[in-house]
Design a protein. Structure first.
Length: 168
């Protein structure tokens, strides 16, 4: 399946390049527009990734996890006023928070790991190394997005627990 997709993309790029240089004026203009829009889209995606990395490096997730810890401590300190079900849910939320902290540490360790030095085996090896590097970057981005979703869910559950604890 992936070979078919690669072949289709290769064919598409070939047609665009051919039309850009050897096509009619209309085809050349159309190819030029496609290349420009593709470049704009890639630039926007790159800027978004850089922005997310800056937020991540700035401790975006650390601050949220610290705030959750403070909220959990506040609920625990008022434990005499809350029922057992609330305390059990609080234990569950704290376990989820600890799991997210471990995932965050793992992601940060992977981001901090140095890249392997370039090899001198030729362009094909360099292309393969770049492909591996891009794959690892994409994997890291997926891990960060998953962490963000889990963190959002934890925040929602925590908010619900805090509301219930205040009502009692």
């Amino acid at each position: 399946m992936s070979t078919l997709i690669k072949l289709g993309l290769f064919l598409l790029v070939g047609i665009l390049v051919y039309n850009r240089f050897f096509g009619t004026n209309e085809e050349q203009q159309q190819s030029k527009e496609v290349f420009k829009k593709t470049g704009d889209a890639l630039g926007a995606a790159w800027n978004m990734l850089k922005s997310e990395k800056q937020k991540f490096d700035g401790g975006k997730y650390d601050k949220v996890l610290d705030q959750l810890g403070s909220a959990y401590r506040a609920v625990r300190s008022r434990a005499q006023y809350v029922d057992e079900k609330v305390l059990q849910r609080l234990d569950d939320l704290e376990r989820r928070k600890a799991s997210l902290e471990e995932q965050l540490d793992s992601i940060q360790d992977a981001d901090a790991a140095p890249s392997p030095p370039p090899t001198k085996k030729g362009a094909k090896a360099d292309a393969k190394a770049e492909q591996i590097k891009a794959g690892k970057a994409a994997d890291q981005q997926r891990r960060k997005e998953a962490l963000q979703r889990e963190l959002d869910e934890l925040m929602k559950d925590t908010d619900q627990l805090l509301k219930e604890a205040q009502e009692k």
